[in-house]
Design a protein around this ligand. Structure first.
Ligand code: B12
Ligand code: SF4
Length: 526
């Protein structure tokens, strides 16, 4: 089984150290379609194995949509299979683990989809550690249905287990970061038009079975600003291939990330990639290179207009890691979003430390109806010493009341159970209660209390490993923010923290009056 701490790759270097970054662009041309050996590409998002208390949210695998759009631009034939949306109502127990449940297509059904398409190559998304055994099921399904097809994978989980995937599961190539360009280059390599050695962020076998490794990170960036002077580093990336998603099924299921979603036809959008902060629990810095790259407001509006025109969307969710990282750019964007006249929210969490009244006014005026503030802790010491989020509570808490006062609903994200880090003492149970009290006093309408979870690629994991706070056989493939995986001898056990977080969630949210929903949400499903 992949994804225990024992099986972490040697590439799992100090997550504070980012591999060398090269800025790259799309190639000018590609091989002739008629001469291609590899032309039919299937991109698969695996089923989801979730903690029993988690709501099976079901949203578009955007990464695969972006890759597909690029491949279509170069005339490859592409299909996206999202095993979750296609098998959403089929759920099954996880053998040997009663706390988890799997949603989505089973191996036979996945095989049937693969057989029907007969791909030359399959790319399996591996962005979630808790999907890593589902990823293995997909590999097995590929072997059953298309034994000749090349197997590849990539994403925020695959990045930390590439040798494992190749040695134990017969994968041909693992992509280590952003992959719009290197996946295309890999296809071109297979079609005799490119050198494997020239591809960045990849570990792959060449035609003779030799392993080629290049951990350097290639990040897309074109021109800096557009004609109107707005940042536009990502404007050259095509919009995700929305036409390859089963849009009506996502709309029908309606299990979007936010429990407060008001629309019935919701899209999700990325307006920037990356974040420049270095919060210890977060993997963004490591995975996206700690750099911020933006799309211009015009580019974002153009995608939203297309979504409105083609799919009649009636709401959108902004999924950026940190939408307000560049406050001025965010202001320009929100100002222009008014034109869309669509409700929107930020279920992914926004950085209170990059906000002010003017920005919140612009959000409201452009259709935002709910902000999720990612506060993490109501205790400044915990923020400074353990979480390392550049948030000053004394200077910013009033913005929460301000957002409420202008009619926005406000949700808070909090983390409890931070262990000792960098020589600073771990979070005490009293400090966790203080966070609860902070959330209460700050006036949040609702809140999520997560247990500190050592995700691969986070400094939190490396600090826990260094100090022996996580067992080496900890099943990273069963991670959820509802479990307590960190044990600090003499301070607390993970189980206690998980229970405390569950109580906080229940207590805080049981009083929330929710809008009429199509589904039942329990107080612990935040
Ligand atoms: C939106 C989102 C969700 C959505 C679902 C998204 C979906 N269907 O894809 C929802 C809300 C459901 C969700 C849930 C969870 N999430 Co989430 N989520 C995200 C988020 C914010 C954005 C994902 C995204 O669209 N990124 C933008 C696209 C462009 O990037 P991408 O998907 O990574 O794809 C690029 C590369 O990874 C690569 N790539 C990806 N797949 C493939 C495949 C191939 C073949 C190739 C070549 C390349 C490749 O190329 C792509 C293009 O450049 C990320 C953080 C982030 N910034 O990425 C967290 C993130 C993926 N989530 C995370 C986690 C932990 C969870 C949960 C476990 C939380 C929980 N409940 O406890 C659940 C698990 C859900 C599940 N299905 O099992 C972690 C995963 C870390 C880990 N190792 O597990 C992340 C990284 C955030 C973090 N905390 O650090 N999530
Ligand atoms: S501000 Fe948000 S996205 Fe940025 S490093 Fe911190 S948690 Fe991650």
């Amino acid at each position: 089984m992949v994804a225990t701490i024992n099986s972490l790759d040697r590439l799992f270097i100090d997550p504070a150290e980012i591999p060398k970054i090269n800025y790259i662009n799309f190639p000018q041309g590609a091989s002739r379609v008629s001469e291609r050996k590899i032309q039919r590409v299937m991109l698969i998002s695996p089923p989801a194995t979730l903690f029993k208390g988690d709501l099976p949210r079901c949203t578009y695998p955007l990464g695969l949509g972006y890759i597909a759009a690029v491949l279509e631009r170069y005339e490859y034939e592409v299909k996206i299979l999202d095993c979750l949306v296609e098998g959403y109502y089929s759920k099954r127990e996880v053998e040997g683990d009663e706390n988890f449940i799997t949603y989505g297509l089973d191996r036979e059904s996945i095989s049937a989809h693969i057989s029907a398409f007969q791909p030359d190559i399959v790319g399996v998304s591996s962005i979630f550690s808790n999907q890593s055994d589902a990823v293995q099921e997909v590999f097995a399904a590929i072997r059953m249905a298309a034994p000749q097809a090349l197997i590849t994978t990539g994403g925020a989980h695959a990045r930390y287990f590439p040798h494992n995937y190749i040695a134990d599961f017969g994968v041909d190539a693992v992509f280590l970061s952003e992959s719009e360009v290197n996946f295309l280059e890999y296809l071109e390599y297979q079609n005799g038009n490119y050198e494997l050695e020239s591809i960045g962020s990849i570990i792959a076998k060449d035609s003779g079975g030799r392993l080629v490794e290049n951990p350097e990170m290639g990040l897309l960036r074109e021109k800096e600003r557009n004609a109107n002077g707005f940042w536009a580093e990502l404007d050259h990336i095509p919009f995700p291939a929305w036409h390859l998603y089963n849009m009506e099924e996502y709309f029908r299921i309606g299990a979007y990330q936010s429990p407060y979603t008001i629309g019935n036809r919701v899209a999700q959008i990325y307006t920037s990639r990356g974040c420049t902060a270095k919060c210890t629990f977060c993997t963004t810095t490591n995975f996206w290179g700690g750099k911020l790259r933006r799309r211009s407001p015009e580019n974002v509006l153009s995608e939203l207009s297309q979504l409105q025109e083609k799919y009649s969307i009636d709401e959108f969710h902004i999924q950026d890691d940190n939408i307000t990282n560049d406050k001025q750019h965010a202001k320009y964007l929100f100002d222009q979003l008014r034109e869309m006249n669509l409700p929107w929210c930020t279920p992914q969490g926004t950085a209170l430390w990059r906000m002010d009244e003017e920005l919140i006014d612009l959000m409201k005026a452009s259709g935002c109806y709910q902000i999720t503030f990612a506060i993490e802790s109501g205790v400044q010491r915990v923020l400074n010493d353990l979480i390392k989020k550049p948030l000053d509570l004394a200077k910013t808490t009033h913005l929460i009341t301000y957002a409420k006062s202008i009619g926005l609903s406000v949700h808070g994200f909090f983390i409890i159970g931070m262990p000792p880090m960098f020589g600073a003492p771990g979070e005490t149970i009293d400090e966790m209660y203080a966070t609860y009290q902070y959330a209460d006093a700050a006036g949040f309408d609702s809140a999520s209390f997560f247990t500190a979870t050592p995700i691969v690629g986070s400094v939190l994991l490396s600090e826990c490993m260094r100090q022996g706070f996580v067992a080496s056989d900890t099943p990273l493939y069963r991670m959820s923010y509802k479990q307590g995986l960190v044990n600090v001898p003499g301070l607390w056990q993970g189980g206690e923290i998980a229970e405390l977080a569950a109580n906080f969630n229940r207590e805080f949210n049981s009083r929330v009056k929710r809008p009429d929903r199509r589904r039942e949400w329990t107080a612990n499903q935040y």
